[in-house]
Ligand binder design. Sequence first.
Ligand SMILES: Nc1ncnc2c1ncn2[C@@H]1O[C@H](COP(=O)(O)OP(=O)(O)OP(=O)(O)O)[C@@H](O)[C@H]1O
Ligand SMILES: [Mg+2]
Length: 364
Amino acid sequence: MIVKSIELFDFRNYESLDLKFDEGVNILYGDNAQGKTNILEAIYMSGTTKSHRGTKDKETIRFGKEEAHIRTIVEKQGKEYKIDMHIKKHKTKGIAINQMPIKKASDLFGVLNLIFFSPEDLNIIKDGPAERRRFLDLELCQLDKIYLYNLSKYNKVLNQRNKLLKDIFQNPELRNTLDIWDQQLITYGTKIIQRRKQFVEELNTIIFGIHKRLSGNKEELFLSYEPNCTDAYYPQKLCEARDKDERFGSTSVGPHRDDISFLIGNIDIRKYGSQGQQRTAALSLKLSEIELVKKIIGDEPVLLLDDVLSELDINRQNQLLNNLSTTQTVITCTGLDEFIKNRLKIDKVFRVTEGIVTEEQQLN
Ligand SMILES: Nc1ncnc2c1ncn2[C@@H]1O[C@H](COP(=O)(O)OP(=O)(O)OP(=O)(O)O)[C@@H](O)[C@H]1O
Ligand SMILES: [Mg+2]
């Protein structure tokens, strides 16, 4: 699949923009704070309905305006999909695919698969477990509609249970109602645990070879899913933790506390890896993610690289870009020097200046 074009109206610092992308490598370059990431954000929202920044919809509306529009044309297996997104200040946003309004965000599922890669992703191994869970969830929600459903149900039930735990402190008789929430939590939580386990296994079959190559044949990387509790012991553990949960007013057991560890040899590089080792493993993870998405959807996702190349040395840049010969890529960066120097293949170059984008002559 490819993003053919994007139109923006009153989105972030764009009053009006109409961009046509190449199906290969597209570069958006310009100084800081000119609007490069804003374009990637708009593409990301078209595919997932949400901003990669985790910001509220209304914050993407241009200052002083009431609404914003994103119109994206996606080509997938020879068919065109027009995604219209209408973001409003005081109401929920409207989305239409080929002029047909959709009711649920999940109706957009599978139209545009994206992989977003930013410098923060290179920290995923040294960051806290929340970042690693976010990675699992972002991926699985794009790949598996049932997971998306189970996760949203789980989060709702978890919130309700936490609220109830706090209320029990004032009204102990409410305790009787906990069972109902626990049952639901276990139903959805178990499915999340099982799917995450399978996903990590799938990643493992791919990451091993990629990391071996990236580390110059030196390292063997292995991911290990670390569920907070296994599905078999989940009901028991949840029950045992009840008193504690009531005291703290929050749920201490379940997949919202999961983690993944990264092992080289038998060493957990979250704790003991060098910074270079951690960053290389993070790049391996990202490359594996691309491979796995390709395998699962049977198509090419679109790759968004936000300022990430300047963070990698030439060897790693090449490893990344050489892997992408058939993937549509949109890259943001502040300068073009690196590309020219390293003769990296570029198909379209856009210069971004204060919310205005101009296409430049191809360089190679
Ligand atoms: N809702 C909004 N309305 C108008 N302008 C906005 C809005 N939100 C952000 N901006 C502006 O967008 C600009 C930032 O855009 P963006 O993050 O895309 O920059 P960038 O080109 O990626 O910069 P960098 O190289 O530093 O990452 C800032 O000037 C900011 O003030
Ligand atoms: Mg940026």
